[in-house]
Design a binder for this molecule. Structure first.
Ligand code: AHM
Ligand code: MG
Length: 343
């Protein structure tokens, strides 16, 4: 049997790609993989132990916290706090940034959604953890501050996700390709299963919560009609696939090609998904895989974050499909402006 690399072996073999001190990345990612294994174990027991359902409290965004949200948040926080390299974290489940006082000399901050899609967990649908890593802006030795976290996505030094699906996978990039590792629970190791992942320039899947159709901008409606219309030369109609769990929808489209949209709507002008710990890490990965991520006007990675829990419209996936949506949005906006002027 040829030798299959473990996550740890792969990181060591590729650490020359990480621009800073050797060993730092290895420590950061091993904290994430350790926490992921603990969350994997708990998710696989869900239904048998009392871990399903709400805690009874809400997070800062007014959403019901699930017991597994809370559990995953604690596990990931503890794993981060135990590493000398991490001086602070921000999480979907925490109102404010958390400063690790004992690690003021560390270089990195981590932003995370510890358990994305958790409203799906009670019905046994795949969920995920999303993470994003930056070098701090403030001097080492001081307490971390909000500016360490409000950095444009282009400045991420690494990003990735864990998908707890029919198998558990960890997918990450440090800006040198996207690599996927599948967890073997019998051995307790992640093994390289998807080296150098790339996404097709054009796919045949569109993923969107179409229940909100009436509230979407005209350009999005136009694109959905395009996806649904018949044209053999472009293999349309495309297939609609929407799990309602970002990591799962993204992972499928990354592998086979497609587009995921969570646009603005009348009810939610900024969409639903959070820039810092949902959109930016996914945008970093998709660009590394040859795809695109946009808010409809510009690349997600170029946005300047203003707020820790800021939301932003997300259009992400195969490059040609995302460009097409941008064109339709621009066209309909120009048309609207033109009509306003005439009025
Ligand atoms: P969460 O962070 O509260 O779990 O919400 C994010 C999830 C994403 O995983 C998914 O893409 C989206 O919410 C689905 O939203 P909707 O139910 O409005 O389609
Ligand atoms: Mg989330």
């Amino acid at each position: 049997m040829s030798h299959i690399l473990t996550l740890g072996e792969f990181i060591i073999a590729n650490q020359h790609n990480f621009p800073h001190a050797k060993g730092e990345l290895s420590s950061l990612l091993s904290a994430i993989s350790l926490a992921a294994k603990v969350v994997h174990r708990e998710i696989n027991k869900a239904g048998l132990i009392d871990i399903l359902g709400p805690t009874g409290s809400e997070n800062i965004q007014g959403e019901q916290q699930q017991k597994l949200d809370h559990f995953a948040n604690e596990v990931f926080k503890q794993a981060m706090a135990a590493r000398d390299q991490i001086c602070g974290v921000a999480s979907e489940e925490e109102d404010d940034i958390i400063c690790f006082e004992h690690n003021r000399d560390a270089n990195y901050v981590v932003l995370m959604d510890p358990l994305d899609g958790s409203s799906n967990i009670d019905v046994n649908v795949s969920v995920g953890t999303i993470f994003s890593i930056y070098r701090r802006q403030t001097p080492r030795g001081s307490a971390v501050s909000i500016e360490d976290f409000l950095q444009p996505g282009r400045q991420q030094v690494a990003a990735g996700y864990v998908i707890y699906g029919s198998s558990t996978m960890l997918v990450y990039s440090t800006g040198h390709g996207v690599h996927g590792f599948t967890f073997d629970p019998s051995v307790g190791e992640f093994y390289l299963s998807h080296g150098n992942m790339s996404t097709p320039k054009q796919g045949k899947i569109y993923s969107i919560n179409e229940g909100h159709y009436q509230r979407f901008p005209q350009g999005i409606k136009d694109y959905l009609k395009y996806c649904q219309s018949e044209d053999a030369s472009t293999q349309r109609p495309y297939s609609a696939r929407y799990i309602g769990s970002l990591v799962s929808d993204f992972h499928r489209n990354l592998l086979v090609g497609g587009i995921f949209l969570y646009p603005s709507s009348q009810a939610h002008p900024q969409g639903k998904l959070r820039l810092l710990y949902e959109c930016n890490p996914m945008a970093f990965l998709i660009e590394q895989a040859g795809g695109k991520a946009s808010d409809g006007q510009q690349p997600i990675l170029d946005l300047s974050p203003q707020d820790l829990h800021q939301r932003v419209p997300l259009i992400i996936g195969s490059a040609n499909m995302v460009s097409h949506v941008e064109q339709l949005l621009n066209r309909s906006q120009s048309l609207e402006k033109h009509i306003e002027k005439q009025a």
